[in-house]
Design a protein around this ligand. Structure first.
Ligand code: XIL
Length: 299
């Protein structure tokens, strides 16, 4: 097929992009999104600071706009993210103990409940591990102890029983101490009946990233019986070096049965969170880059 979304669909996959509602009025942004992608995720609009700026006061304007667009365009919607150490509203950062636990579960109930039935897979918890496989010492971890992650998954399951529930992280682009720790957590959750359906691999890369065990790593998670998703792909660089990395990641997903799809973290280089690194598939004028051709060719 001629587009990323249609080619991915022929392979039983989705191909998505992270979207900011404020750019949708730009013709090139919207037309590229509608033509090329069949899945979207909110780059920021569904995060805690955006959806619950003060306790119990929910605002869903940006997220609702994306869900409406997706439904009109027949796209899937990923949910990102219910609980994270970053982009918490100020009122959460000061909470301790049971008050923080209640705020977390009420936030999950509020957001996942609002979007119940509309999200294919939620990033329930984002970035809770360090490189060495230990838990990140966030406010959640230091205040609530190890149980906060499973409590978040149980709350998400109660709020939206049909959504797939994912753990999402970066630096998991191979078999390493961090991906080992996440693997062990999935095994433990499955053994104890904690609901978890998928693992998201953010896949923020550069042109010289070592991907020698990338596919093997996806496969070992798939073998546990969870879906794997490439959730935030971008690759700093340009030209054929960048294109080769994109190709390797795309092929790895296609080679792993449980890899359900790929999301790139934006459409155009000019709005990338990585500034001047030009990590995306379309340049600042929405022209297809060599990386785009590599992905389309691999799909
Ligand atoms: C980034 C957004 O792209 C930026 O616009 C925002 O200022 C900060 O967050 N890992 C994640 C994403 O899970 O939510 C982050 O998104 C990028 C790193």
């Amino acid at each position: 097929a001629e587009t990323l979304g249609a080619s991915a669909a022929e392979n039983g996959r989705y191909f998505g992009a992270a979207i900011a509602p404020n750019f949708l009025g730009e013709e090139g942004y919207s037309s590229t999104l509608n033509a090329e992608f069949n899945s979207i995720v909110a780059e920021n609009a569904m995060k805690w600071d955006a959806t619950e700026p003060s306790p119990g006061q929910f605002t869903f304007t940006g997220g609702d706009q994306l869900v409406a667009l997706a439904q009109e365009q027949n796209m899937e919607v990923r949910g990102h993210t219910l609980v994270w150490h970053a982009q918490q509203p100020a009122w959460v950062q000061g909470l301790t103990g049971q008050a923080l636990h209640d705020a977390m579960t009420e936030h999950i109930a509020g957001v996942a409940g609002h979007y119940q039935g509309e999200i294919t897979s939620w990033d329930v918890v984002n970035e809770a591990f360090e490189w060495d496989g230990s838990r990140r010492q966030s406010n959640l971890q230091t205040q609530l102890g190890d149980g906060w992650i499973e409590d978040a998954f149980r709350a998400a399951d109660a709020a939206d029983p049909d959504a797939k529930l994912c753990y999402n992280d970066y630096g998991t682009d191979g078999v390493n101490a961090k991906s080992d720790a996440i693997y062990d957590m999935v095994v433990d959750f499955q053994a104890r009946g904690v609901p978890i359906d998928c693992v998201g691999f953010q896949t923020h890369l550069s042109s010289d990233s070592d991907l020698s065990s990338y596919q093997e790593n996806l496969q070992r998670f798939g073998d546990l019986g969870v879906d794997v998703e490439i959730t935030e792909l971008d690759v700093g660089g340009s030209g054929s070096a960048q294109a080769d990395v994109y190709r390797t990641v795309t092929e790895a997903c296609l080679n792993v049965d449980r890899c359900t799809g790929i999301t790139v973290w934006g459409i155009t280089d000019k709005y990338s969170w990585r500034g001047e690194e030009t990590p995306l598939l379309f340049d600042g004028n929405y022209q297809k880059k060599e990386a785009y051709e590599a992905v389309l060719d691999a799909l």
